[in-house]
Design a protein around this ligand. Sequence first.
Ligand code: FNR
Length: 382
Amino acid sequence: MTTDPSLQHRLRKDDHIVLAERQQQSPVGRNDFDDVEFLHHALDGIDETGVRLGVRVGEVSWPVPLYINGMTGGSDTATRINRELAITARETGLAMACGSMSIALRHPDTAAGFRVLREENPDGFIMANLGAGRSGEDARRAVELIGADALQIHLNAAQETVMPEGERAFTGWAASVEQMVAAAGVPVIVKEVGFGLSRRTLLRLRDLGVRIADVSGAGGTDFVGIENARRRLGDFAFLGGYGQSAIACLLDAPHGTGPDLLASGGVRSPLDVVKALALGARAAGVAGVFLKPASEGGAEALVPIVRRWLAQLRQLHALLGAAEPAELQRTDLLLRGRVKEFCELRGIDPGSFTRRRDAASPPSPGVPTPDVPTRSGEPNER
Ligand code: FNR
């Protein structure tokens, strides 16, 4: 193992890219998004021309409810991938985050790998990224370094636990998040990295001043698997499957009284995006699924993929009768399998989601008013 900390940092990032791509080569297959099904209403469709995809998240406005989540920066490979992702973001209007900038704060010679986001996309919405545990001053420096419009702060205690050289002290994280939010000077999004944000965590974040949170749940890129593969003995295999999915987190979340929500982790298609929006997310983020095309074919490969996702997102809104993303929260949903079990264990009525449409539209004369969904049938009302 190298003793040069900058090189060690760069090698770790390259490991993450290779191992995350390998997870994409053998796709995860099923995840909790498959346990969410739209109840089809054959006469509820609307004209696609009437669909508007713009969304508001906290004080931020995005043209579409989709963004490229934080992944890379620092090494040569990471810089190349960041450039391709940044060009894709520019060409498609997606907001985009870079990966953790701690390496750039410590080793300024690596900063170019992050500045490329702004160089390639001067007018786009870009997000800086740092882990919890940093100072307010670090938060401000990271934002300034790339001229970011927002800052992502990641909470990755599960990843650090399995990472051979990872952090082992988490007590100070809440206090540091509070300082970073206060000092950043731009909107802050606190995110997980694939293990989910619980209701309790979301309420604590709200009390720390956080107005936007990305639940980034399990079922997609798996950092326990990635870090375990970097351990000589691979002796943390037993932690595989740790954490909750984005779907579970959205169901559990304190909608209306907590931070505005973004959803990521295991988003594989435009259908997964509309499912997340239907459960109260303002937008959905993709990392792993966009990594391989960006790395192998560059923006030339990824731009057509993202354009197809956006066209299909519009079509799915029309099919489901939603003129804008928030209206998807009035669709009827069947929650099955693991997701239904999660609801039952957490005291959420899964049946209430099958009756949201009727509860939202005025009843016809003589038709009894349906049961109004309890606890979480209408995410924005809670
Ligand atoms: C990530 N992710 C991540 N998140 C973060 O906040 N800072 C980071 O530096 C990284 N680094 C990183 C590298 C690679 C190669 C991948 C694939 C991912 C986590 C990412 O933003 C996201 O939360 C998870 O990957 C879950 O989403 P997907 O991959 O299932 O869409």
